[in-house]
Design a binder for this molecule. Structure first.
Ligand SMILES: NC(=O)c1ccc[n+]([C@@H]2O[C@H](COP(=O)([O-])OP(=O)(O)OC[C@H]3O[C@@H](n4cnc5c(N)ncnc54)[C@H](O)[C@@H]3O)[C@@H](O)[C@H]2O)c1
Length: 385
């Protein structure tokens, strides 16, 4: 086996996503498993270069994980000018993404990035175009596709379980504390639109690829986005105006007539089994898929409820569903997608979750917000470069 070291600049690696999912659960996990076997006698050895604004935070990270202190930098331009760095990854706050990715593309780096790729469609398409012109490869995180629950749902779809799929009901969200009497569990910029925050910008890109890849292209969107909680408290305990939407109620039409309705909210208390759940109803059967689990009810075992509010329900509807078995081992979804991207860059494997796919997500967010502002349903034009 030949070992090939790949230097990956990781920007925003002190953040929630950058640290936990991308550094620890993906890149360091790949090192713990001995690198990534490309299947051609080569093992890829990822070498993270930690990039950020606060040197002490980067140093502390390097120390905690036994990484070389020479591989940290607060100077993005210097990292981009370094020819030994192959890939630039960005998980910093959304508002800075477009600019930093443009620089990274111009420097000839392959791009891997969190979503959304930009705060507007024009910028997102421009990024995809620049990457194509420069001949660099790109990947955009679409982690939900690799969740065990959604992989089981995909298995059901591919196996023809549903018959004709009629509708999808998605329920996403949980209570995010305001930050006054209990610390908020999400960063304050998420609640300021001027900083790239907002639940539509955050979640509609996810819904675009989930719907597109599982059910078909979304052809129209109508949404109502709102800010239920107008004042929150930031990381320093100071009150601030929450200028961004914190809940969005969306309806998405999908080619072939499927209707998806997805609620996204940071102001909802969870009365479900998982933080996101999708119920899919088809002529032959239905399923409820979450992050990890998936339950089904076949046509043949569907009960016949009769509406009568005068009588208490004599059985539990939830108990009439059957758990779909794992039948395989599921790895962390972020890591799985990193592996696919690295195989794409270094072994020529197919990969379609690129900056153009990322732009479709940004488009969905932009149209969702426009639909809400204008109070009407909007068509979703197909985009290409
Ligand atoms: N794929 C997913 O499921 C998922 C989930 C949450 C967030 N995200 C995305 O990940 C990105 C980061 O989100 P997060 O929740 O980790 O945020 P975070 O606030 O925890 O982390 C942001 C990172 O950016 C850095 N940063 C902050 N301000 C900066 C500035 N002005 N210049 C440069 N760097 C700055 C911070 O130091 C930190 O390292 C966002 O784009 C978000 O949309 C994706």
């Amino acid at each position: 086996m030949t070992r090939k070291t790949v230097r990956i600049a990781m920007n925003g690696v002190t953040g929630r996503m950058g640290y936990r999912q991308h550094l620890v659960r993906s890149i360091l996990a790949l090192r713990e498993q001995g690198g990534l076997d490309l299947g051609d006698g080569t093992v890829l050895w990822p070498e993270p270069v930690l990039v950020g604004r606060r040197e002490h935070a980067l140093k502390a990270l390097a120390e905690r994980h036994g990484l070389d202190e020479a591989n940290i930098s607060t100077d993005v331009d210097a990292v981009l000018a370094d020819d030994s760095v192959d890939i630039f990854f960005d998980a910093a706050m959304t508002s800075g993404r477009e600019e930093v990715l443009k620089k990274a593309i111009a420097a000839g780096k392959h791009i891997y990035t969190e979503k959304p790729t930009a705060t507007g469609l024009d910028g997102a398409i421009e990024l995809a175009r620049l990457a194509r012109e420069k001949g660099v490869k790109s990947g955009v995180v679409q982690d939900k596709l690799f969740l065990p629950g959604l992989l089981k749902l995909k298995r059901l779809i591919d196996g023809g379980f549903f018959g004709r799929i009629l509708s999808v009901r998605g329920e996403f969200g949980y209570w995010v504390f305001e930050g006054d009497w209990q610390e908020a569990q999400r960063p304050s910029w998420n609640y300021r639109s001027e900083d790239g925050g907002g639940i539509v910008v955050d979640m509609f890109p996810h819904w675009e690829y989930v719907l597109h890849e599982l059910f078909g292209r979304v052809t129209s969107v109508s949404a109502l986005a709102t800010t239920h909680i107008p004042t929150r408290w930031d990381e320093n305990g100071k009150p601030y105006d929450a200028t961004a939407d914190d809940s969005a109620y969306g309806i998405f039409e999908i080619e072939g007539g499927i209707v998806a309705q997805i609620n996204s909210s940071w102001d909802v208390r969870v009365n479900r089994d998982e933080l996101v759940e999708f119920q899919v109803d088809g002529t032959e059967g239905s399923a409820v898929a979450g992050l990890r689990n998936c339950r089904v009810q076949h046509r043949s075992s569907t009960p016949k409820p009769v509406w009568n509010p005068d009588l208490p329900a004599t059985y539990s509807f939830r108990d009439q569903w059957q758990e779909v078995p794992d039948n395989t081992e599921f790895d962390n979804g972020f890591k799985v997608q990193w592996e696919l991207f690295l195989k794409h860059v270094y072994a020529g494997a197919d990969y379609h979750w690129d900056l153009l796919a990322g732009a479709r997500g940004v488009q969905m967010a932009e149209l969702g917000l426009a639909s809400s502002a204008e109070g009407r349903r909007l068509d979703v034009p197909e985009i290409s470069l």
